[in-house]
Design a binder for this molecule. Structure first.
Ligand code: AMP
Length: 282
C-alpha cells in the first residue's frame, strides 16, 4: 500500500490508474478505523480494481466546542489495518495540504435534506462534509465512492450533491455494522466509560422497539415518535438531541407511515454525542 500525503501526488497517481483502464473505489474516513470502516473497504475491494482510502479529520465539519482537537487518531494502527485489507493507496493529507489558502470555497447542498436532524444541532457541519468530499472526488477521481448508512443523512446529502453537480461516479451505501449487543460501531465510542457504554444500548433498543411497534400495525408517526422519546428520556444517562421519523427518500415530514421511513436518533451520554438510525419499509 502506498501512503500519499500530497494532493498533487494523489491526483497524478489516480489519473495514471485511470489511464491504464483501472476502476477506482474511494472510501473517505476520518480514521481511527473500526469494523464499520473496514466493511466499506471490503465492499470497495470487491467493486473496483483500485481501492483508495482517505484519512482526514476535516476541521470545517466540526463546530465551535465540538471534538475536533480530541477526535481519536492512530495513523500507524489504521495503516496496518488497511494493509491487511489490501488497500492500494492511503491518502492522508495535512490540513495545510487540503486547505493551503484557508477556507474560502465551499460546496453546499440546500433544502429540507440538509436542514433537519444533525443540521439543526450542528450548523455548518454538512457544508464542511460536502466541501471535503467534493475535493476528495476531484483528487481521487473515483468510479465508486463508499459511505456508511450509519451516517444516513450524510449519505443522502452526498448522493444529492453527486447527482446535482454531475459527479461522474456512483455513491454506494453500506449497511450499519454493530457490536454483538446492538451498539453501532463509531470512532466516538472510545469516549464512553463502562457505564455509558451500557447506557448507550438505548439507541439500538429504542429503534428496534419502534420497528416492532410499526410492524404491529401502528402507522401514526407521532405515536411511534413519542414512544421513542419516552424510552430515551426515561433511560439513565441519556440526553436526547433528536428522535425523528422522516421519508427515507428526502427527509420529508411523514404523518402516516406507509412507505419507507428513516427513524433517526442523536443522543448524548455526558459530552459524547452518538447517532443511530433504522430504515423501516411498510
Ligand atoms: P468517519 O470516519 O466516522 O467519518 O466514517 C467514515 C465512513 O465510515 C462514513 O461513510 C461512515 O458512515 C462509515 N461508518 C462509520 N461507522 C460505521 C458503521 N458502524 N457501519 C457502517 N459504516 C460506518
Amino acid at each position: 500500500m502506498q501512503t500519499i500525503t500530497t494532493v498533487k501526488q494523489m491526483q497524478d497517481w489516480c489519473i495514471e490508474q485511470k489511464r491504464q483502464g483501472k476502476t477506482i473505489a474511494l472510501v473517505p474516513t476520518m480514521g481511527y478505523l473500526h469494523q464499520g470502516h473496514l466493511s466499506l473497504v471490503q465492499d470497495a475491494r470487491r467493486a473496483c480494481d483500485i481501492v483508495v482510502v482517505s484519512l482526514f479529520v476535516n476541521p470545517i465539519q466540526f463546530g465551535v466546542g465540538e471534538d475536533f482537537e480530541d477526535y481519536p487518531r492512530d495513523l500507524s494502527k489504521d495503516s496496518l489495518l488497511l494493509e491487511t485489507e489490501q488497500v492500494d493507496a492511503l491518502f492522508a493529507p495535512s490540513i495545510k495540504e487540503m486547505y493551503p489558502t484557508g477556507y474560502n470555497s465551499f460546496v453546499e447542498v440546500l433544502g429540507e435534506i440538509s436542514s433537519k436532524l444533525c443540521a439543526q444541532s450542528r450548523p455548518g457541519h454538512f457544508r464542511g462534509v460536502t466541501t471535503v468530499v467534493s475535493k476528495l472526488f476531484h483528487i481521487c477521481c473515483p468510479d465508486k465512492a463508499f459511505f456508511g448508512q450509519k451516517d444516513a443523512q450524510q449519505v443522502m446529502i452526498i448522493e444529492k450533491m453527486a447527482a446535482e453537480l454531475n459527479f461522474p461516479l456512483e455513491i454506494v451505501r453500506v449497511p450499519i455494522v454493530r457490536e454483538a449487543d446492538g451498539l453501532a460501531l463509531s470512532s466516538r465510542n472510545v469516549y464512553l466509560d463502562e457505564e455509558q457504554r451500557q447506557q448507550a444500548l438505548v439507541l439500538s433498543r429504542s429503534l428496534q422497539a419502534a420497528r416492532a411497534l410499526i410492524e404491529s400495525g401502528e402507522r401514526k408517526a407521532t405515536m411511534v415518535k413519542s414512544r421513542l422519546v419516552e424510552q430515551i428520556e426515561s433511560s439513565p444517562g441519556a440526553n436526547l438531541v433528536y428522535a425523528e421519523i422522516y421519508d427515507a427518500r428526502d427527509l420529508a415530514d411523514v404523518e402516516e407511515i406507509n412507505s419507507r421511513v428513516l427513524i433517526a436518533l442523536a443522543v448524548k451520554f455526558g459530552s459524547t454525542r452518538l447517532i443511530d438510525n433504522l430504515l423501516v419499509e411498510v
